[in-house]
Design a protein around this ligand. Structure first.
Ligand code: NOJ
Length: 562
């Protein structure tokens, strides 16, 4: 080891070295022509994933579900959704994945179940049912819901149930009643289920909405100066004091006994609080998905990206967890629009911006996640009508806006670019009408740009976004410094360029121009004049100018040791 560089000591583990690929099973690959992706479809694409170089697959929920929120409303935690296949198919998927060195993470939804889950069916049947207290029930107040909280999906968190003349709480849709974590029998039943999957051999979990499992004691009304019908209520149910007690109980009774990867979805958790969630000695989760960067989408910048703010947020998380925990690195998932259509430029600089953004987040300290289709530069869908949306959250929002007097066109314009359905359209495998996703009619339309953005064409093009991702994955794999090295922000004040270095046994400099105009690097050239270019996204392989980054140009240099 060269002592000229400081070495960050960090315990090496497989999940830090992993690259995770997120699959939205409904939209990945349909094997039986019913228009819905399925487990056999995933099996048929394992070779593709192996070739891409990812090492872990996270499957969004595959469990039995009436599908109000596309599987996040589970009616049997130990059954497979009929649309997706059977438990035998799952066992085969696990086996086939393991054979190829790919591990599988499942999506654990523990904040709520479906209202069709037998637990809830029992719970709602009478006030004295033993499972009554497994959910959150309250009496109404003068014929009104128990409090004024609004759900994340834009309606009251309370749903009236005539059977017992009472209301149950749902932080998400009304078909997703919240489980009552105060009830230890309910928790024990969840833990049994979690261990059942672990004993089957799954390699870990992404844990859904876990920062919502504790509610503000007493369920008080939120301040409502504007007299709204319902009031956004994060302060009632998000990252409430005491939530860590539930999480530690969950982890101690399940995850702590297995060599697995766990990633908690942690809306509302700040970087200062994060070590309690992910520090190795806390023995809770390995990583969390932070939400701070998600707020950066809807700004007024040229391409919706506030670069200065992005530098601050990502650097805060990099430095905040340095030596204390581990970051989950992501720019896309099934809940946010496509990154090349938001932070990037999906028209003039489509390829350049897709690859520049990839370079930017992928080589920070943490485990990178790729959402299906991101590796192709898949874009937002050109929605023209409200009927084209599937998402329950969008339907609720449209209804709320209609009630507030909005016109249809304004509603469409307000949601088109932000809707979750943008990232849920089927995977684009080839240039045929339904993108090679299905031989039937897809449950959600395939983006017409599958004619030129698809796996088949990119596989044979060394300059494609897909080929670039492959190179990026290999570069990270071959240089532990890019996994474990210390992160430091460079060119903090540069208005166009996000630059940082990674330092351990080696030193790397990552430079990304996130704008559509050339960026001058003149004054920093001395830092990497003698450096070796390891990766770049310019066609032809070489930068056109050493001192100028072209629009959305990205480069990775390795500095030669002294
Ligand atoms: C977060 C998931 O990512 C999202 O898709 C889902 O709607 C909610 N949690 C509710 O489970």
């Amino acid at each position: 080891m060269n002592t000229a560089f400081p070495t960050q000591t960090s315990e090496r583990t497989w999940w830090k070295e992993a690259v995770v690929y997120q699959i939205y099973p409904r939209s990945f690959m349909d094997s039986n022509g019913d228009g819905i992706g399925d487990l056999n479809g995933i099996i048929s694409k394992l070779d593709y994933l192996q070739e891409l170089g990812v090492t872990v697959l996270w499957l969004c929920p595959i469990f039995t579900s009436p599908n109000d929120d596309n599987g996040y409303d589970i009616s049997d935690y130990q059954g497979i959704m009929a649309d997706f296949g059977t438990l035998t198919d799952f066992d085969r998927l696990l086996e086939e994945a393991h054979k190829r060195g790919l591990r599988i993470l499942l999506d654990l939804v523990l904040n709520h179940s479906s209202d069709e889950h037998p637990w809830f069916v029992e719970s709602r049947s009478s006030k004295t049912n033993p499972k009554r207290d497994w959910y959150i029930w309250r009496e109404g107040k003068n014929g009104q819901p128990p409090n004024n909280w609004e759900s994340i999906f834009n309606e009251s968190v309370w749903e009236y149930d005539a059977t017992t003349d009472a209301y149950f709480m749902h932080v998400f849709s009304r078909k997703q009643p919240d489980l009552n974590w105060e009830n230890t029998d309910m928790r024990a039943a969840l833990y049994d289920m979690v261990r059942w999957w672990l004993d089957k051999g799954v390699d870990g979990f992404r844990i859904d909405a876990i920062s919502h499992i504790r509610k503000q004691p007493g369920l008080p009304d939120m301040p409502n100066p504007n007299g709204l019908a319902t009031v956004p209520s994060a302060a009632g149910h998000m990252n409430i004091d005491g939530v860590m007690d539930y999480i530690s109980d969950l982890c101690a009774n399940t995850f702590a006994h297995y060599d697995i990867m766990t990633v908690g979805e942690a809306n509302g958790v700040s970087v200062d609080q994060a070590p309690a969630w992910v520090a190795p000695d806390a023995r809770n989760f390995n990583m969390l998905f932070q939400f701070e960067q998600l707020k950066l989408w809807q700004t007024d910048g040229a391409h919706g990206l506030d670069l200065a703010h992005l530098k601050q947020v990502l650097t805060r998380w990099q430095k905040g967890l340095e030596g204390q925990g581990w970051n989950a690195l992501f720019v896309e998932n099934h809940d946010i629009p496509r990154i090349v259509s938001t932070w990037g430029d999906d028209a003039q600089y489509w390829r350049e911006s897709a690859t520049a953004i990839a370079t930017l987040y992928f080589l920070m300290q943490g485990t990178p996640f790729i959402y299906q289709g991101q590796e192709l530069g898949m874009t937002n869908y050109p929605f023209t009508e409200l009927e084209q949306f599937d998402d329950v959250a969008i339907h609720n929002l449209a209804r709320q806006r209609r009630e507030q007097g909005w016109g249809e066109e304004d509603i469409l314009n307000s949601i088109r670019d932000n809707a979750r359905d943008n990232s849920r359209t089927p995977m684009q495998w080839d240039a045929t009408r339904h993108g090679g996703f299905t031989t039937g009619t897809p449950w959600l339309a395939v983006n017409p740009n599958t004619r030129h953005i698809n796996v088949a064409s990119q596989q044979s093009d060394p300059e494609s976004v897909l080929s670039y991702y492959q190179r990026l994955i290999r570069l990270r794999r071959d240089h532990p410094t890019l996994i474990y090295g210390q992160y430091d922000l460079l060119l903090e004040e540069h208005p166009q360029v996000f630059a940082y270095c990674r330092t351990a046994e080696e030193r790397f400099i990552v430079l990304c121009n996130l704008s559509d105009s050339p960026a001058d690097l003149e004054h920093t050239l001395a830092d990497f004049a003698d450096a070796q270019l390891m990766l770049g996204n310019q066609t032809g392989g070489r930068p056109r100018s050493l001192s100028i980054l072209a629009p959305y140009e990205a480069r990775v240099y390795r500095i030669r040791p002294d």
